[in-house]
Design a binder for this molecule. Structure first.
Ligand SMILES: Cc1ncc(COP(=O)(O)O)c(C=O)c1O
Length: 768
């Protein structure tokens, strides 16, 4: 496709647009020539600072033309700010930058500055026709480099207006125009979405399932940019990537070593592969936040001991190597592992390493995450097994929902054969892929390859600003005996030899240095007492807000504000959080986050505080909650409501019960696959929670309560005496829901029966 250069304006910055000097006249002539003859669009700026702002806020410029011929007497404002060219290049390494200068100006330019520019033209030599022609050529060349391989071909194809005689049946959108609902949809999405929705019958675009043509070119670009040997685009999310990876390497009765804190797709991967799972147990802090798996869990001795203790793995398989390990990196709360240490341990007993980086596709693009992601090129670790990474490009980079990537790094001695891997890929892929989704992966790659570091720098810096702002507000309010929300982050940061309060630390330092984010024993703001040195870091862009109610050591305070009340309230302010725990909630700062969004969040939190402090009636403060059960919430104020839930948590020891539940790995009565086979055989029935425990029943499906979103039980495990803490925890959650209508939480694997106005949990169990 050819981009329309009139939509990609040339930004000219000069202090001489109105000058009657020879230079001023030539500048005006140049602009006329550019617009009228070369048909470029032109934007102008008299101020260099303003031009930089425009440049940073618009990614659709075709070129930057900077007047470098500065009159001797020009004031600060009319001179390029220090490092202007460097800043421009850092943000966009490819945009044409042209300096307008004379030979004296040229002499003043350093070699470093000259390296950043594409052309220097003398305003008063050569004709304006010639000068504008040179600028236009640069713009046109740049336009051709903007589009990545697949998206470029797709857009070109869509713009050729061919008659389609193939699927999809709407044929370039025409089918939608035959009835009003279709027309409404066509108008809403716009024609290009439909024109670019093609079928594999279009040979020019290659094939996703064969990895050929422009699709292959795009996947190969992604491999380079994301640091893998093989990259496949996967269109049914990381849920599907995980199945592909596992199905490609793991067979029936293989041993798999899986993070208990894993996404359900990995549990399903064990079902489809029919493997024997052994589990890595993550730790938790007193707040209930899930921490990293201990490094000792990865040692050969621990893994052998887990296999030896497993009651299902038959004796003849106990000596086998683990076929695949799967670790969630980062954890949901943004703890990222130093993979160098982990690889060193796992390679002794595991044949393939899998890092599930669904929420972490961006790590490679900023030095702050050095060594903390699966595809890291760590020099120290030249010997390693094949490494697989699954990444939801759509979650925190810029792709359409469900667009994910599968990356493979070959092992030092074992290369992954692409054709063999593709057998598994094809088993899980549709023969009707969505081409717009493929294009979005291609574009996400191009964006990160072109200026990923600069984009991430902005995102991290924004997150750091917000973190500091909240820390300062919390501190100021605390100094006045008042309260505010805080953040789960270091309270003090080592700057040189001094420990400085977080809100006083320089933002650029925080946004560019790994050290402040690395968890250590000595600075235990995180609550993991036995944390290994240099083992995990907190991702600055994953923002865990804390609510009052817990001491540093996890003791319940007399008053508290459960996070669920806050996030329920924020939803009315159209602020939707990623995850709500008991006394914390998680927000994500991503490439799409803006300052305005952060401002809205803070004002939402302040509005909550104001309503809380004056114990505003729930009917007013949270009308949606009130409407769920007016009889329960009539005459209840927001503060009383928070306090009632807080006291309930305290009196019923909900946090302790949760801690205890997640420490148990229940006895396995059968493999996850066998439990699922009982579902297929229809040898399953719903059993209520109380009976499940009394009768020592075996759920056929996994039970995953949110929060925290980790399975408390896998299909095939038994709810027996050993698993009593799990029963106690689920029972406490059931009782809580009955006491506080409107707080029904999501528990995957649990349905509810309603009797006598009360809810009872029930689960699909294997028939006896
Ligand atoms: C750790 C982890 N892995 C995999 C997935 C699945 O990703 P997707 O939604 O792209 O299928 C998720 C989704 O939340 C996840 O949290």
């Amino acid at each position: 496709m050819k981009l329309d250069k009139r939509e990609w304006p040339v930004l000219i910055v000069s202090g001489q647009f109105e000058s009657y000097s020879d230079e001023g006249c030539r500048l005006r002539e140049l602009m006329t020539q550019l617009t009228e003859v070369q048909e470029c669009a032109v934007l102008t700026s008299r101020s260099y600072e303003d031009a930089l702002h425009v440049f940073f806020s618009r990614a659709d410029l075709g070129a930057l033309v900077i007047d470098w011929d500065i009159p001797e007497d020009a004031d600060e404002e009319n001179r390029p700010p220090d490092g202007m060219l460097e800043k421009v290049r850092k943000r966009n390494p490819h945009i044409p930058v042209v300096l307008l200068t004379d030979k004296w100006g040229l002499e003043d330019l350093t070699a470093d500055e000259l390296k950043q520019v594409n052309d220097c033209i003398w305003k008063t030599s050569d004709t304006v026709e010639f000068l504008s022609g040179r600028i236009n050529t640069l713009v046109e060349e740049y336009m051709q480099s903007v589009l990545p391989p697949f998206f470029g071909e797709l857009a070109k194809y869509a713009q050729e207006y061919k008659y389609a005689w193939h699927t999809p049946g709407h044929m370039g959108g025409q089918g939608f125009l035959r009835s009003p609902a279709g027309v409404a949809m066509h108008k809403f999405f716009g024609e290009n979405v439909f024109r670019a929705d093609l079928s594999i019958s279009v040979p020019e675009l290659g094939s996703l399932l064969d990895h050929s043509g422009p699709v292959r070119d795009a996947e190969e670009c992604s491999a380079k940019v994301f640091g893998s040997d093989i990259t496949f685009y996967v269109l049914n999310g990381t849920s599907n990537v995980n199945q592909i990876i596992w199905r490609s390497q793991v067979l029936r009765d293989d041993i798999a070593f899986v993070d208990r804190n894993c996404h359900k797709s990995l549990n399903y991967a064990m079902v489809i592969t029919d493997a024997y799972p052994i589990y890595m147990t993550p730790r938790r802090n007193k707040r209930g936040i899930i921490g990293p798996v201990r490094l000792s869990e990865f040692s050969e001795e621990t893994i052998r001991a887990k296999i030896a203790a497993d009651k299902l793995i038959p004796a003849e398989l106990k000596g086998a190597k683990v076929k695949m390990s799967a670790l969630t990196n980062s954890t949901y709360d943004g703890l990222c592992y130093n993979v160098v240490n982990i690889k060193k341990e796992l390679k002794k007993s595991v044949e393939n390493l899998h890092f599930d980086e669904a929420w972490y596709a961006y790590a490679r693009f900023h030095p702050i995450y050095k060594d903390h992601y699966g595809m890291a090129d760590d020099e120290a670790n030249t010997e390693h097994p094949p490494i697989f990474c699954s990444q939801s490009t759509h979650k925190l980079l810029t792709a359409f929902s469900q667009a994910s990537m599968l990356h493979v790094k070959n092992g030092s001695h074992t290369a992954i054969n692409k054709d063999e891997l593709n057998e598994s890929y094809m088993m899980h892929g549709s023969t009707s892929p969505q081409y717009n989704m493929i294009a979005s992966l291609d574009v996400a790659t191009k964006m990160m390859g072109d200026n990923g570091e600069s984009l991430l720098s902005d995102t991290i810096l924004e997150a750091v600003h917000l973190r500091r702002k909240v820390a300062r507000m919390a501190k100021d309010m605390a100094d006045h005996g008042d309260w505010f929300f805080d953040m789960w982050q270091p309270k003090k940061v080592k700057c040189g030899k001094e420990l400085v309060d977080f809100h006083e630390v320089d933002c650029d330092y925080l946004a560019n240095t790994q050290e402040p984010w690395v968890l250590s024993k000595e600075n235990n703001w995180h609550g993991f007492d036995d944390i290994e040195d240099g083992y995990v870091m907190l991702d600055p862009i994953k923002l865990t807000f804390t609510t009052p109610g817990l001491d540093e050591d996890g003791t319940m305070q007399p008053t508290g504000i459960p996070a669920a009340v806050v996030t329920n309230y924020l939803i009315r302010h159209r602020i939707v959080c990623e995850k709500t725990d008991y006394y914390s909630f998680l927000l994500l700062n991503s490439l799409g986050t803006t300052r305005a969004k952060q401002g809205a969040l803070l004002s939402g939190l302040l509005a909550f505080k104001e309503l809380y402090d004056r114990n505003a009636p729930l009917r007013r403060a949270m009308p949606d909650l009130y409407a769920v059960s007016p009889e329960t919430y009539e005459k209840v104020g927001l503060k009383e409501h928070c306090q009632a839930i807080h006291e309930y948590f305290r009196d019923h020891e909900l946090l302790d019960k949760m801690q205890a539940a997640f420490q148990v790995i229940p006895d396995q009565a059968m493999k996850p696959a066998d439990a699922y086979h009982e579902v297929v055989r229809k040898n399953v029935e719903y059993v209520e929670l109380g009976e499940m425990f009394e009768q020592r029943r075996i759920p056929a499906v996994m039970l995953v309560p949110y929060p925290p979103g980790i399975p408390v039980m896998m299909g095939g495990e038994m709810l027996n005496e050993k698993a009593k803490p799990i029963f106690d925890y689920l029972k406490a959650r059931q009782a809580f829901e009955n006491k506080f209508p409107g707080y029904e939480s999501d528990i995957h694997g649990v349905e509810r029966d309603c009797r006598d106005g009360k809810q009872f949990f029930k689960t699909l169990c294997v028939k006896r």
